[in-house]
Design a protein around this ligand. Structure first.
Ligand SMILES: Cc1cc2nc3c(=O)[nH]c(=O)nc-3n(C[C@H](O)[C@H](O)[C@H](O)COP(=O)(O)OP(=O)(O)OC[C@H]3O[C@@H](n4cnc5c(N)ncnc54)[C@H](O)[C@@H]3O)c2cc1C
Length: 466
């Protein structure tokens, strides 16, 4: 078999949104980057339409999505209660946009090619080689593209970035890191599904939306459809020509799955026609791992659990992680040295950890709630527009006390039990956020262990670093 030998500064494994963007950002920072992918590049990453906040694009150094990558803007976004007439509506200043992630991945990959990223796809059996200290030094794999002869690839580099998604195939090969990145518990995984479908009967689609007090062009979310952490988000486009449906539920065996919820929703609404594109998969929904690196390796994207836990959204955070990695490593002689990769870990967790930790507290609460309690969250006025904007925009915002205070006070009085749970969740989130701002700035395993135990005490569960 032909053997290909390459030398790079950085190998990024996984050409989805997080990996393609990180590869581009690292190449712009002056590193020689190889981007390696198990599938064909044209099939890498998310193959569905995702709801993504807008602000992280600029923060990640990217232009905002434009059509056709950005899909038609929603006229309004409503959170509807399943148990009553209550609702929360955002009809202006919607902080997010629907993105055709197939086109976003394509954009990021082509930016990388222009910046000199060297790409190798269709790789199988990826294995790391290590030096005596346990630091990875090379990656080997079999390459079997459909249009060329199979080959054996060996790439030496000083840093390997695992951006290969929830399974973390490189992370698992580095013993020191694998031990600190525990397998996900059932309530830390969301089974999601998404499909853009034709509308077979536009009049019936408009009637359905009208029955909810909405019209074509509006979007709505029903949360708690199977209790706790489960949802259906539906957007009938303005011309009632297509509908975008996203479903998901915590994969603990008690809430069904995103695929089952999507199937049932379609079966109950015969106006929904043929599927055009979409997909399904597992999404990590816990706070990011407390350890995002070891000498010679760093994690970005789903592999690092860099996901907004409250609604299982990883696109924006994965982009921000790549920016943070490139900024932390720029100008460093050895991008894989412990000080270099720790600078990334510390910068990412100090900057984005407060928001991710606080919303992980909310995820933990929502997994435990009944259908009725989730209905009350919306129906009784706990979720005011500022909370919905905060969650969709993936930014911590305080309630606007002047116009939202009265509704919140009424909700607190009507549902004191739920109010107490929310107050406890808020306190946990605030404690975690404070800890994130003080993540150890320099390599220090004992300090990291103490920090990890502090975060676990604030949020619940076992510390990552023992
Ligand atoms: C149905 C569904 C709906 C979603 N909706 C939203 C949403 O609305 N908003 C949002 O922000 N997020 C959403 N998400 C989550 C989002 O899609 C993920 O968080 C995001 O795609 C993660 O990006 P990533 O680049 O880290 O990983 P991935 O997108 O998983 O990409 C990883 C890449 O690595 C490749 N790979 C795997 N193993 C290897 C290996 N050994 N070597 C090399 N390459 C490898 C894979 O082929 C893949 O191309 C949704 C997820 C699902 C499943």
């Amino acid at each position: 078999m032909v053997e290909e030998r390459l030398d790079a500064d950085v190998v990024v494994a996984g050409a989805g949104t997080a990996g393609s963007h990180a590869a581009w950002a690292l190449a712009n920072a002056g590193f020689r980057v190889a981007l390696v992918e198990a599938r064909r590049f044209a099939e890498a990453g998310a193959r569905w339409a995702n709801l993504v906040p807008v602000w992280p694009f600029e923060a990640a150094g990217l232009a905002n999505p434009e059509p056709p990558e950005a899909l038609e803007e929603d006229r309004s976004y409503s959170m509807l209660s399943l148990t009553g007439p209550g609702r929360t509506v955002l009809d202006r200043d919607k902080p997010c946009v629907h993105v055709d992630c197939r086109l976003l991945v394509e954009r990021l990959q082509s930016l990388g090619r222009l910046a000199g990223v060297q790409g190798l796809d269709c790789l199988r059996h990826m294995a790391l080689e290590f030096d005596a200290s346990g630091r990875p030094t090379a990656l080997t794999a079999d390459r079997d593209p459909p249009d060329a002869a199979p080959s054996r690839v060996r790439i030496t580099a000083r840093l390997f970035v695992d951006a290969a998604g929830i399974t973390g195939p490189l992370r698992r090969q580095v013993p020191g890191l694998a031990a600190d990145c525990p397998d996900l518990a059932q309530d830390e995984v969301c089974a999601g599904a998404n499909e853009v479908c034709e509308v077979a009967d536009p009049a019936a689609a408009r009637d359905f939306m009208a029955g909810l007090g909405l019209g074509a062009g509006d979007a709505f979310a029903w949360t708690g459809v199977r209790g706790g952490y489960s949802t259906i988000v539906c957007h009938v486009r303005a011309d009632a020509g297509t509908v975008l449906i996203t479903t998901g539920s915590v994969a603990d065996g008690r809430h069904g799955s995103g695929v089952a919820i999507l199937k049932a929703f379609k079966a109950g609404h015969p106006w929904i026609g043929r599927g055009l594109f979409g997909g399904s998969g597992l999404i990590p929904i816990r706070r990011p791992y407390d350890r995002l690196c070891a000498p010679g390796i760093a994690l970005v994207g789903d592999s690092a659990c860099q996901v907004f836990a409250a609604h299982a959204s990883g696109i924006a955070i994965g982009l921000l992680a790549g920016r943070c990695l490139a900024d932390s490593l720029a100008g460093r002689q050895d991008p894989g040295a412990e000080e270099s990769v720790w600078a990334y870990q510390s910068s990412f967790l100090r900057t984005h950890g407060p928001m991710l930790g606080a919303f992980d507290a909310f995820r933990r609460l929502s997994v435990s709630l009944s259908e009725a309690e989730v209905g009350d969250l919306v129906g009784e006025g706990f979720l005011q527009a500022s909370s919905v904007r905060s969650a969709l925009g993936q930014k911590l915002l305080l309630p606007r006390l002047v116009d939202e205070g009265l509704a919140l006070a009424r909700a607190l009085a009507h549902r004191p039990g739920l109010a107490a749970k929310l107050a406890a969740t808020g306190a946990r989130g605030a404690a975690a956020a404070a800890l994130y701002r003080a993540h150890p700035a320099h390599p220090d395993r004992d300090a990291l262990r103490r920090w990890s135990h502090g975060v676990a005490a604030a949020l619940g569960g076992r510390a990552d670093v023992q």
